[in-house]
Design a protein around this ligand. Structure first.
Ligand code: AHR
Length: 325
């Protein structure tokens, strides 16, 4: 009798163990395995640039590859749309929420709602000005460092002296705030003969970049030695404005921008853009690694940086075939 009882106890614990393991990492997830699919809500901020399109594609392709049920939302650069999307992800009971906040401020209330619902939140690409306990981690670039790199490159191009104009990204976005901070800090510290004579937002878009550059040229056209654009799309718009004004972009006005999208390499090969500082949009694989780790109960670092370089005209033709975005 005792032996029988012992045997059934061993059997029961073996069964319990095997149920516990079936949700682990070794087992393939997806419909065929019978396991519950990972459900992820991703509140993308918009589709304003080549960079953003590459980022969205990276997330969607990686979700499809891993069999993740991705709830994707494009907020068209409006914070209220992102907030609505996040609330709908809460209502749907997703496993993890990813957000690329269009601006830094104004997130505390909705992020608290996410926390109260017990859903982990990952900041993808853009930061938010909230207490650290409201998100699991930030995955993306060091925007301040990008601004510092851009300042050094521009200073080299104009031998440490001259007038610069700046096209900023979306007002209040962590990308624009960080890039401007790094750029200004470096110019002030190291290059006393460089002056930033105009600085305005071009909202990270080609059309706005062109429009604002036209205005800069109208008021100071003969007085500008260089342009710092917070992204390649605005630089490409500005290149058109400079040509229409009758000057040679890349020669009469040196240009440094950020992102390193294919369009920037083409402009460098044509001699119209001098340097692009890389900002990596291919965040899909790292994002879903983090989601899976969080759901598996693993600890994840608070900041996961993406690796980035600097590309100049002299290597643009050689690099272009290697570019994935
Ligand atoms: O947050 C990254 C920035 O957002 C990219 O530099 C820009 O192109 C995009 O719109």
């Amino acid at each position: 009798m005792k032996v029988k009882k012992l045997l059934s106890l061993v059997l029961a614990s073996a069964m319990a163990l095997s149920i516990g393991c079936s949700g682990g990492k070794e087992e393939p997830k997806g419909e065929d395995s019978g396991d519950k699919k990972l459900v992820v809500g991703y509140a993308q901020l918009g589709a304003e640039s080549e960079w953003r399109t590459a980022c969205t594609n990276s997330v969607k392709e990686e979700a499809a590859k891993r069999g993740v049920d991705l709830k994707f939302s494009d907020a068209q650069q409006k914070q209220e749309n992102q907030i609505k999307a996040i609330r709908s992800f809460i209502a749907q009971g997703v496993d993890v929420i990813g957000v690329s906040p269009v601006v830094e401020s104004g997130w505390e209330t909705v992020f608290k709602e996410v926390k109260d619902a017990g859903i982990p939140l990952v900041l993808v690409d853009r930061k938010a000005d909230v207490p650290e306990d409201l998100y699991a981690c930030y995955l993306g670039s060091d925007f301040v460092d990008e601004g510092i790199k851009a300042a050094d490159e521009l200073a080299k191009l104009i031998d440490g002296k001259g007038n610069i104009v700046e096209l900023q990204g979306t007002v209040g976005s962590s990308a624009a705030v960080g890039r401007q901070e790094g750029f200004l800090q470096r110019i002030n510290e190291k290059y006393p003969d460089i002056k930033i004579i105009k600085s305005q937002t071009g909202d990270f878009t080609r059309a706005k970049g062109k429009e604002v550059m036209e205005a800069f040229l109208k008021s100071d056209g003969e007085n500008i030695q260089a342009l710092f654009a917070h992204n390649d799309d605005m630089a490409i718009g500005a290149i058109q404005a400079i040509e229409e004004y009758g000057k040679k972009p890349g020669e009469d006005i040196k240009i440094v921008s950020v992102d390193a999208v294919k369009g920037a390499f083409e402009a460098m090969i044509a001699g119209k853009l001098n340097v692009t500082v890389e900002c990596n949009p291919l965040l899909g694989p790292q994002f879903f690694d983090v989601c899976e780790d969080i759901v598996a109960g693993k600890e994840v670092p608070k900041v996961i940086p993406s690796e980035e370089g600097v590309f100049r005209q002299d290597t643009a033709a050689q690099e272009l075939p290697n570019r994935k975005y």
